[in-house]
Design a protein around this ligand. Structure first.
Ligand code: PEP
Length: 252
């Protein structure tokens, strides 16, 4: 059966000392009160190695927020999937709408990143989701389908099994506007049907599909109660231990 997951995306927040403090606090909170789901924190690159040392990896998975689309070599300032893996990280977020929009990451670039991440033993949290204009034009289904086809439907069924999908409507990210649980369930079910058409029902049933976009402790229980919502990718509310733990506890 597919995993229930709550993953944090710290984005470009927290200096190293603050990041270690937050990871340590979360580690202690979850040691005292075991979660009923997989928990992942995705941190800036510079935090990974130190955070890896302070968390119990059997309770908290560690991930990066990005990796390079090149293997190694003369790419000043880039961080490869192999480097991410060498810190102790097990996951990487790819395809976040902020990377697509501000850093012009195309489906082809993301396809390369996904392949390199998987080749280096990382699990990929692959983000998809429509803009407000696309939602208003009722194009959300075609947008998410094209994003899957453009970057992950080239994978074998075995490799696709290492992908976690995060549906994140761009209009709900950091805006305080959440998709209603009905809206989210409708498109999660659609995403699962598209995966089933490509890889078959078993693969689709085993794929975790997370919701992201202004998810917090107050709305998580309603979202997570839906049959096709397998957890959340959490931005702002992952930056405080109590807020993030409140979302994790939605699975209790
Ligand atoms: C995100 O950017 O992945 C996200 C879900 O952000 P927020 O929770 O702040 O909307």
């Amino acid at each position: 059966m597919r995993k229930k997951i709550v993953a944090g995306n710290w984005k470009m927040n927290k200096n190293l000392q603050e990041g270690i403090a937050l990871a340590t606090e979360l580690n202690e909170a979850l040691a005292a009160d075991k979660p009923n789901c997989d928990v992942v924190i995705c941190t800036p690159f510079i935090h990974l190695a130190k955070v890896s040392d302070v968390i119990d990896h059997s309770v908290i998975g560690l991930g990066a927020e990005n990796c390079a689309d090149k293997d190694k070599g003369a790419f000043t300032g880039e961080v490869s999937a192999e480097m991410v893996k060498s810190t102790g990280a097990e996951y990487v977020i790819l395809g976040h709408s902020e990377r697509r929009e501000y850093y012009k990451e195309t489906p082809e670039i993301l396809k390369e990143k996904v392949l390199l991440a998987l080749a280096n033993g990382l699990k990929v949290i692959f983000c998809i989701g429509e803009s407000l204009d696309e939602r208003e034009a009722n194009k959300q289904n075609e947008v998410v389908k094209a994003e899957l086809e453009g970057s992950v439907f080239n994978l074998s069924a075995e490799d696709f099994g290492k992908i976690i999908i995060a549906y994140e409507p761009i209009w709900a990210i950091g805006t305080g506007k959440t998709a209603s649980s009905e809206q989210a369930e409708e498109i999660h079910a659609y995403i699962r049907s598209v995966i089933a058409d490509k890889y078959g029902k078993e693969v689709a049933d085993n794929t975790s599909i997370l919701y992201g976009g202004s998810c917090k402790a107050s709305n998580a229980p309603e979202l997570f109660a839906k049959p096709d919502i397998d957890g959340g990718l959490i931005g702002g509310a992952s930056l405080k231990c109590a807020d993030f733990k409140g979302i994790i506890d939605a699975w209790k």
